[in-house]
Design a protein around this ligand. Structure first.
Ligand code: PBG
Length: 326
């Protein structure tokens, strides 16, 4: 019975070879680091449910962007917390809105760092939905929202965004945004589309951080049912047809199978969003001494990459980059 034994010992024989037989390599270059930028001066509000994450005024966001760049992280993803909200989410497409101002400031301070902007209305609408809501029925109006989302994306590009990332999940938004960008002279601005975005409990802490919890109802009419995987391929296919340059699966860890299937279905760059709740779980357990934070984070991020992600959006980015650089 020599043959089975040879096979059994393979892991032991090659363990000492380390990097030579390692299949997946995580690097700071894989990461995009999300930042919450808030109106106001010299603000650094800790987000209670996300230890280590803050709502930052522009000066602090610039400092954090500089730190990310020094750690070898190629890009940041900006979310905005406007001073005021209204029914039409007008802060989202205000040329002097919070994300527009932060984009200009970061591009001026660290031009090499990629600025990706979240394109959505939920942080800017008084009702907290990702689109415009019908006054009487409370229904989220898809087509009316498209125009505003397209304007938002163009205003981000105008401010210097390198990539726009629509996260709203309205139907037809990628085509609408592509058309508006092309119209406004931003033919070369890529779209990273949240192609498969599930209606997830793991966005809970984000809604504190971005102050974007829906005031009534939920997002189930426009976000996907966690039970569906084939639907992710349908959604991704539509976004690719509409002109997405990068597609995304979100959240990451409960959806690694979806990530793998999307990886196999498209040759476009694929991003995974390791969301707020995934971050909060690890941080909470680590603070209790129940997990080794460094090992748990690097294992989770390696798993996301192994499943097929080219790009990992993660709040752990600076810590992970430091650990990876040893
Ligand atoms: C919507 C948006 C959400 C997240 C990113 N963009 C929240 C939602 O759909 O409710 C969640 C990200 C996270 O949980 O880290 N603009």
């Amino acid at each position: 019975m020599a043959f089975p034994k040879q096979r059994m010992r393979r892991t032991r024989r090659t363990a000492g070879l380390r990097g030579l037989v390692r299949e997946t390599r995580l690097s700071p270059e894989d990461f995009i680091y999300p930042l919450f930028v808030t109106a106001g001066e010299d603000v650094k509000n800790p987000v209670a449910s996300m230890p280590g994450v803050f709502q930052l005024s522009i000066n602090h966001a610039v400092a954090e962007a500089e730190r990310a760049h020094e750690l070898g992280i190629p890009g940041v993803l900006l979310f905005g917390l406007p001073e005021t909200k209204d029914e039409a989410g007008s802060g989202a497409y205000d040329p002097e809105g919070i994300v527009q101002l932060a984009t200009r400031a970061i591009k001026e301070a660290v031009p090499e760092l990629l600025v990706v902007t979240d394109v959505c209305l939920c942080e800017y609408t008084s009702h907290g939905h990702c689109g415009v809501v019908h006054r009487e029925t409370g229904e989220v109006l898809n087509d009316v929202s498209l125009e505003l989302l397209a304007r938002t994306a163009a205003s981000h590009a105008e401010a210097g965004a390198d990539v726009v990332a629509p996260s709203d999940m309205m139907d037809g938004r990628v085509a609408a945004i592509r058309a508006e960008l092309d119209n406004e002279g931003f033919e070369n601005t890529p779209i990273m589309a949240y192609a498969a975005k599930y209606a997830s409990a793991f966005y809970g802490p984000f809604r504190d951080a971005a102050d974007s919890a829906p005031q009534f109802g939920d997002r189930r009419s426009y976000q996907m049912d966690p039970a569906n995987a084939r639907e992710a391929l349908v959604e991704t296919g539509l976004d690719v047809e509409e002109g997405a340059d990068i597609v995304m699966v979100k959240p990451a860890l409960p959806y690694l199978d979806v990530l793998r299937r999307v990886r196999e279905a498209t040759d476009l760059p694929l991003a995974a969003y390791n969301v707020s709740g995934e971050y909060a779980m690890v941080k909470a357990a680590a603070q209790n001494g129940w997990l080794d934070e460094e090992r748990a984070v690097l294992e989770a991020l390696t798993g996301i990459k192994r499943a097929g992600a080219d790009i990992i959006i993660t709040y752990h980015a600076p810590d992970a980059a430091r650990w990876l650089s040893g």
